[in-house]
Design a protein around this ligand. Structure first.
Ligand code: HEC
Ligand code: HEC
Length: 338
């Protein structure tokens, strides 16, 4: 990746050398600002890690399981119910109804680009996707099955699944297990990458971002959002306090439930209101925002973030530019997953 960037830099010097005097000044000015932004951006952000091959027996099994409704108490809920692939891995509801219609307390985060997160869930309580995938099926208000044995029994009943598990785990005598179910789903989720205009920009195609988006990117960096939203996902890689500078967060989100994040698990004061700093990939498509879906508009979410996390007040123009920049983070829905 670094090499690609250097190559782009060399190319732009080359072109610079070939232009005549009047073009020279103009292009020089343009490209110098662009090059600086490109260099700064590459310091904080990076391309999405290589996704899994979607056409292996393992990832194809994972895809089928992701859509499998028979693994729920009412036979109607799958991973895709709350994380629909066709709408960027989210249901766009504040919180999601499960198998008996009752809702949880947290917003369904997207399954897209989750494969490289430091941990899963808003409070990071699960270390990886395979561990995470075991949760929803047995969660009483999500899919509501009783036990791992129930899951295995349903799958073993199907000749098609027996065959697919055998192909996905060729070395195992009894491949239809709850563990392998979770591994297959996780491997499928590892295919859900959505490279976007911003990745092309990072590789040197500076015109993939228009002027407003470049200004938004500069603002995002200069305002200090990069303290918590960096790396390939612009987030997803650290745990941080919501309400770091101005809190408590519910004074700004209007949340009725005082979810204390990691603090609710550990009971430690120092963990209160600590949540995973979420990835901002496809953020314009994944409303409503925050761990409880309390904020509908992206503009408002940005305004709250600047104030609660950094003690800064952004004006409308600055917020609009950041929203414009965020649009460059929207990739294509991976066709193979539909
Ligand atoms: C009834 C709705 C519902 C169903 C069904 C459901 N999920 Fe979720 N999912 C959620 C909610 C809500 C959260 C956030 C919970 C939390 O953070 O405490 C979540 C979190 C996740 C995360 C963590 C993402 C991140 O950025 O932290 C992944 C991955 C995920 N679900 C995958 C799955 C898979 C795979 C299935 C099927 C086996 C599934 N979900 C079924 C609602 C659902
Ligand atoms: C000190 C760390 C920190 C800083 C700085 C920060 N954020 Fe956040 N951001 C978070 C955390 C933590 C959350 C999740 C809060 C929650 O829902 O509980 C979050 C959530 C968000 C969300 C909602 C994401 C979603 O999927 O619901 C957006 C949008 C966002 N941040 C944008 C920004 C912008 C823009 C800036 C700069 C003005 C910024 N953040 C600065 C830590 C930070």
């Amino acid at each position: 990746m670094k090499n690609v960037f250097l190559f782009a830099l060399m190319l732009s010097f080359l072109f610079y050398g070939c232009t005549n005097q009047s073009q020279k000044t103009e292009q020089n000015q343009l490209s110098e600002a662009d090059m600086q932004l490109l260099e700064t951006a590459n310091r904080y952000f990076s391309l999405l890690p290589e996704p899994n091959d979607p056409n292996t027996p393992l990832t194809l099994l994972g895809k089928k399981l992701y859509y499998e409704e028979s693994l729920s108490a009412n036979g109607q809920i799958s991973c895709n119910t709350c994380h629909p692939i066709s709408t960027y891995g989210v249901d766009n509801l504040p919180t999601s109804p499960g198998h008996d219609g009752s809702v949880g307390t947290r917003n369904s985060p997207t399954t897209f680009n989750a494969y490289f997160h430091v941990a899963q869930f808003w409070d990071g309580r699960s270390p990886d996707l395979a561990d995470q995938a075991k949760g929803p099926v047995l969660n009483p208000i999500e899919m509501g099955l009783q036990s791992a044995t129930d899951v295995e029994a349903i799958l073993k009943n199907s000749p098609e699944y027996s065959k697919m598990f055998k192909e996905a785990f060729p070395d195992e005598e009894n491949p239809v297990t709850f563990d392998n179910f979770a591994i297959a789903i996780a491997e499928f989720e590892g295919t859900l990458a959505t490279p976007a205009a911003f990745d092309a920009f990072l590789e040197g195609a500076v015109n993939e971002l228009d002027t407003e988006q470049k200004e938004g990117l500069s603002l995002f960096i200069e305002t200090g959002c990069i303290a918590c939203h960096i790396g390939p996902g612009l987030g997803g890689n650290m745990m941080q306090r919501f309400g770091l500078v101005h809190g408590p967060y519910w004074d700004f989100t209007g949340s009725e439930l005082k979810d204390r994040g990691v603090g609710d698990i550990t009971g430690k004061d120092s963990d209160l209101d600590i949540f995973k700093s979420p990835s901002l990939r496809n953020i314009e498509m994944t409303a409503p925002y925050f761990h409880d879906g309390s904020i509908e508009s992206l503009e408002e979410a940005i305004r709250i973030m600047a104030f609660t996390q950094l003690g800064k007040e952004l004006n409308e123009d600055q917020i609009n530019k950041m929203v414009a920049f965020f649009r460059s983070l929207t990739g294509k829905i991976p066709e193979h997953a539909l």
